[in-house]
Design a binder for this molecule. Structure first.
Ligand SMILES: C[C@H](O)[C@H](O)[C@H]1CNC2=NC(N)=NC(=O)C2=N1
Length: 91
């Protein structure tokens, strides 16, 4: 099972645009219109399923908020960092 990262590791490993919020990492992606955000959610949902590691996603009018934590570990792990990187590749 993935081990929780410590505070220093988290700060060092945060991918571009992501920030720490307690036991989660989060990024809000911005879009020109609503359906581009919806399409992005579909794309990252497929990545999440491939990785079998799943974010919380909040879809707004021109933005999508994504939150990641590793429930099995009770905190932030390499799995979250990897998925955040992969989501950035979809943006
Ligand atoms: C049984 C457990 O829920 C599964 O192994 C996967 C599914 N997706 C998951 N997603 C996230 N974010 N954290 C998990 O610990 C996790 N576990």
């Amino acid at each position: 099972m993935a081990e929780q990262l410590d505070d220093e590791q988290i700060q060092q490993q945060l991918p571009e645009g992501w920030e720490r919020d307690g036991d989660e990492i989060t990024r809000t992606y911005e879009f020109d219109d609503y359906l581009k955000g919806v399409s992005f959610v579909t794309d990252i949902g497929e990545v999440a399923e491939e990785e079998f590691h799943h974010p919380e996603i909040i879809v707004g009018y021109q933005e999508v908020e994504v939150r990641l934590t590793t429930h099995d570990a009770g905190g932030i792990t390499d799995k979250d960092m990897r998925l955040a990187d992969l989501f950035n590749d979809e943006y």
